[in-house]
Design a protein around this ligand. Sequence first.
Ligand SMILES: [Zn+2]
Length: 433
Amino acid sequence: MQDAVDRRIDGSRDELVTLTQALVRIPTINPPGDAYTPCAQLIGDRLKRFGFDVDYVRAHDTPGDSDRYPRTNVIARFEGKRPGKTIHFNSHIDVVEVGSGWTFDPFGGEACDGKIYGRGTCDMKGGLAASIIAAECYIAERPDFSGAIEISGTVDEESGGFGGVAHLASKGLFSKPRVDHVIIPEPLNKDRICLGHRGVWWAQIETFGVQAHGSMPFLGDCAIRHMGAVLNAFEADLYPQLAAKRTNMPVVPEGAKQSTLNINSIHGGENEPGSSGKPDDYDGLPSPNVPDSCSMIIDRRFLIEEDLATVKREVTGILDALKADREQFDYTIKDIMEVLPTMTERDAPVVKAVRDGIRDVLGQEPDYVISPGTYDQKHIARIGHLHDCIAYGPGILDLAHMADEYVGIDDMIQSAKVMARAIERLLHPAATC
Ligand SMILES: [Zn+2]
């Protein structure tokens, strides 16, 4: 019976290409969150024509929402013949800025040598299109399934997902009894199952000083030099500690199997002339001042073996030691974002269903991986309390956010077949046991 679904997916190749192109041609760049409504409508109109019930949910008052840039999500549901479990395919519709270095039109959706090029092809409109084709072909061939199939197109994943999956999850749309299993078709490669992600702690550290004339710095106290002491202590004490912490999580790439810390930004004193990049930026000479403040944003990624309180103490311990030892040193630290690591069990139903699909379609065992960065699974786990969730989709992870991003058409076809098998396994369990 899967043969019939496979044949239908093969026969939908042109439609899959056309759908991916149509999605890519809507420039849903985030920030600011452009063109979300027409993109959500394209998905909703198509699924409504097929017979799905379609709802649009605008996330009012979430970051970035305005009448000019409404945070419009679409969620579609197709009921089976009998009550049963629900499988949900969730894709984000936002894409990151274009950047430079393109040889293809970023919003042209050009098909060339078996690939479709454009911003968002890989991350992740190709995965979204594959899940739509998989669901439609499955429903057409196996209309007697139990339960329900849902497909959503959600916003703002690239900026934290607060107006997208987090908002929907807070309304119960990613919780039992409405939803049981979730597949997020992020570009993790067609033969890999992504079980979850590392944790995140972003914080802003500020050091203080006393302003004075730059020709007499001894009359003031330089906040940037205090921040330099923080950096030195990080180099001497923190980085070696982090490098020694290795995880048993199957994180890819290899370098992310340890705890990491990035310094996202650092700033002290006046703005450098011309630093804003705006045409009307002040480009005269700076004035001589000893800076009284210096601020730094840190991005700490942590492992499932670590707990957030210890992660924070490692940093505050260094700052407190400086406060005790270094004259006039004082600091504040403010949390900006916290995301706990999440990892779905390998024997969870959705993992086994996709594993079997990969075995059938690709003739190989899947690789199980953990993403170095987070994605919307965090909200489904934390707000929806739903832990039968993975990322699985076509597209090569390394191409995400790059110039000349593309998705392979064969990869989309194969992953659509894997998704259709996962639906069969989860909604027709008796047939495959
Ligand atoms: Zn993505």
